[in-house]
Design a protein around this ligand. Structure first.
Ligand SMILES: [Zn+2]
Length: 328
């Protein structure tokens, strides 16, 4: 059974409580808030032979087949490898599933996640299924980034926004999900996860707080010239590049903001506040802007998985970072 999250209560009522179901739904919102779980819960309810307000019964033949992963009227379309595209051939297989008759006498339900991982050919192949609804098929599209979808896909779905839960609700949930962390650590994780509670749990499992502590320590030593860019690039080689670029990007924004506002409340997480303040006071604004531009451009390359030498790139970043404070 897909987990039901407390912040999805009203969303669930809206979706499951509909008298008549749409042919296609687009569940969209930030990553890490449980959209996939919501879609799976709805999928199970739509397939169940004895559904209740809460969801699927969990006991009928349909529920048992779904649990066993052998329901004939259920189709999940996702990239074959994580972070890769959904291929046009995969969509063609889906299209032939959609035109078949349901084998269990009920609905057919298709779940697609994430929809934005389809290239233009795959998306166009999907459009055909969206344009010519077939019987009782319901398509559940999950998207973390609707700006990357074809407008024609969006317009053919009932759009359901899944907002970020409030900080209070996320922290209450994290208290039971991460009982071994302190409240302060949970706030830190939630901030690092940009407010997404499930992403916060994942970050904790990946040891991100430890990685962050290592990087912050390293940045301080770099500025005190106790460690060189080369040494740090070596020391950080197991830390995901995207994470490092996100943090440095964030820090450069915080420096610029502090230079403009002098607002101590806007200095970000406690671990770097003093460093941000120091760099804001000692660095020329155009240098900070330049480094931010550079970081954003390199971040794009990291995201597109271009052929990069991570150690060299990191070293280049740190060489610029250490030369920021010049107004001594
Ligand atoms: Zn059932």
């Amino acid at each position: 059974m897909a987990e039901a999250y407390p912040w999805q209560d009203s969303l669930w009522q809206q979706l499951a409580g509909r008298a008549q179901h749409a042919h296609a739904y687009l569940l969209h919102g930030p990553a890490g808030i449980g959209k996939r779980a919501l879609a799976e819960r709805l999928m199970a309810r739509l397939l169940c032979q004895r559904p209740t307000v809460e969801g699927a019964c969990g006991e009928c033949k349909s529920c048992l087949l779904l649990k066993a992963g052998s329901h004939p009227d259920n189709y999940i379309l996702e990239p074959e490898e994580a972070d890769k595209a959904i291929k046009v051939d995969q969509v063609r297989d889906l299209v032939s599933f959609v035109v078949q008759t349901a084998q269990m006498g009920g609905r057919k339900v298709v779940l697609i996640e994430p929809v934005e991982s389809m290239n233009i050919n795959a998306a166009n192949a999907l459009l055909k299924s969206l344009e010519e609804p077939s019987g009782d098929t319901v398509l559940l599209l999950v998207s973390h980034q609707t700006s990357r979808l074809l407008p024609t896909i969006k317009s053919r779905c009932v759009q359901q926004a899944c907002p970020l839960p409030s900080e209070a609700m996320s922290l209450a949930w994290l208290a039971s999900a991460l009982p071994d962390c302190s409240e302060e650590e949970r706030i830190e994780l939630l901030t690092l996860a940009a407010g997404s509670p499930l992403a916060a749990v994942k970050l904790q499992a990946q040891g991100v707080r430890e990685q962050r502590a290592l990087v912050v320590e390293g940045v301080k030593k770099l500025l005190k010239q106790q460690q060189s860019p080369t040494q740090l690039a070596e020391e950080w080689k197991t830390i995901p590049m995207l994470l490092l670029f996100d943090w440095f990007c964030d820090w450069s924004s915080l420096i610029l903001r502090y230079q403009l506002t002098q607002d101590e409340a806007g200095l970000g997480l406690a671990d770097m506040r003093k460093v941000i303040q120091y760099l804001a006071q000692k660095s020329a604004q155009d240098k900070v802007l330049n480094i931010q531009d550079w970081i954003l451009a390199q971040r794009q390359k990291v995201m597109s998985k271009a052929n990069l030498n991570p150690a060299l790139l990191l070293e280049a970043l740190l060489v610029q970072w250490v030369s920021l404070p010049t107004q001594k």
